[in-house]
Ligand binder design. Structure first.
Ligand code: GTP
Ligand code: MG
Length: 411
């Protein structure tokens, strides 16, 4: 068939064998970014471990135990080793494990991770994308700090890791491993792994499909969870100064593999699998987020008959749906308006009737009053007439009397 490929040999040097070098050179100039999320209770040693891992002093302030909830604190640093630039972001969970009710503790963490995915997706969906110099905030690795109790995982640990395992690569580590004895540590590790398995928590597995790292990665997978010790102190051991923790009974050397797994963690996280962590984040976790989000938004790859469904068609379908919705809403609004008008009209009519009644009543009262006044006036007039009549009578009477007196005088 036409699609079959044929093997040909080149007649001479062409030069595309420099392609890998071109890639390396491009990557070096571009620099890398790597984002670490540290989840663990306050004071468990997150900052100390970061300082130890990168052999530097990041800015650091202790969290109080009195936070109302968990909050996320991202900090970005530019680091350089020989000619390679690393833009490192360390995200801290502040106040994790400090609340009496820890039911919601995982939420801010999940939200943070989702927000980073969402930002990346938005950039991807832009017409003018600039993914090349976009600052990618997606979390490449979540270091989950387990308290060195020697017992088992806490339910907060299980719940949180379960909520995170589909969103981020999780590497569980036992913090402050110098506080746990060797035999206890062995049992503790087994216990933790079996609890993770029985609760269905997926942790990051170092990849074994690349021949160059198969051996080391598969042996390291068996050492999980790493038991680590962090320290910012330097102690003289023999004629070397090393990072260590000094106790009255001896010195715990951070980089001594018989003391703890710190070197294994650094090896696995930074020197061997950093690129795989970045890749897994993009190809697995981000891909899952993107798929769910686009499906939620109504995008499809195929129509009901399994025929390819283009973006254009999706858009048109969505548009139609949206217009339909809009029309329905408009109709509803209109109906609501009509009802409202009717209601108001009825109310107004009722008010008018009331007013009318009131007016009639007042009119009636007024007429009544007028009638009463009229009557009173008549009464008064009558009284006045009667009075006048009496007055006239009295006057006539008094006129007649003096005449009689005069008559009497003349006598
Ligand atoms: P917050 O940021 O306040 O939540 O604390 P954190 O988790 O960053 O802890 P931090 O690194 O500030 O360490 C807290 C205390 O634990 C400090 O006194 C550290 O010296 C001590 N510490 C850190 N790592 C270890 C360790 O591996 N073993 C022991 N024994 N102590 C440690
Ligand atoms: Mg800290």
């Amino acid at each position: 068939a036409a699609s079959e490929k044929r093997n040909l040999s080149l007649g001479g040097h062409v030069g595309f064998d420099s392609l890998p070098d071109q890639l390396v050179s491009k990557s070096v100039t571009q620099g890398f970014c790597f984002n670490i999320l540290c989840v663990g209770e306050t004071g468990i040693g997150k900052s100390t471990l970061m300082n130890t891992l990168f052999n530097t002093m990041f800015e650091n302030e202790e969290a109080s135990h009195y936070q109302n909830g968990v909050c996320m604190r991202p900090r970005t640093y530019d680091l350089q080793e020989s000619n390679v630039h690393l833009k490192l972001t360390i995200v801290d969970t502040v106040g994790f494990g400090d609340q009496i009710n820890k039911e919601e503790s995982y939420k801010p963490i999940v939200d943070y991770i989702d927000t980073q995915f969402e930002n990346y997706l938005q950039e991807e969906l832009k017409i003018k994308r600039s993914l090349f110099n976009y600052h990618d905030g997606r979390i490449h690795i979540c270091l989950y700090f387990i308290a060195p109790t020697g017992h088992s995982l806490k339910s907060l640990d299980l719940v949180t890791m379960k909520k995170l395992d589909s969103k981020v690569n999780i590497i569980p580590i036992i913090a402050k491993a110098d506080t746990i004895s060797k035999s206890e540590l062995h049992k503790f590790k087994i216990k933790i792994m079996s609890e993770l398995v029985s609760n269905g928590v997926q942790i990051y597995q170092f990849p074994t499909d690349d021949d160059a790292v198969t051996e080391i990665n598969s042996s390291m997978n068996a050492h999980l969870p790493f038991a680590v010790v962090g320290s910012i102190e330097e102690v003289k051991v023999g004629n070397k100064t090393v990072r260590a923790r000094q106790y009255p009974w001896g010195v715990v050397q951070v980089e001594n593999e018989s003391h703890c797994d710190f070197v294994k963690l650094r090896e696995m996280l930074i020197r061997v699998n950093m690129e795989d962590l970045r890749e897994q984040t993009h190809a697995r976790h981000y891909e899952l987020y993107r798929r769910c989000k686009l499906e939620e938004m109504g995008f499809k790859d195929t129509d009901p008959d399994c025929e390819p469904f283009s973006l254009q068609e999706t858009y048109e379908a969505k548009r139609k749906e949206f217009m339909g919705d809009l029309q329905k809403k408009e109709e509803e609004m209109r109906q609501m308006f009509v009802n409202k008008v009717k209601e108001t009209e009825a109310e107004l009519k009722e008010k008018e009737r009331e007013l009318h009644n009131k007016f009639e009543q007042l009119k009636h009262m007024h007429q009544e009053e007028k009638r009463k006044v009229e009557e009173k006036r008549r009464e008064l007039e009558e009284e006045m007439n009667a009075f006048n009549r009496r007055k006239v009578a009295a006057e006539t009477l008094s006129l007649a009397q003096p005449l009689k007196k005069d008559k009497d005088k003349k006598k």
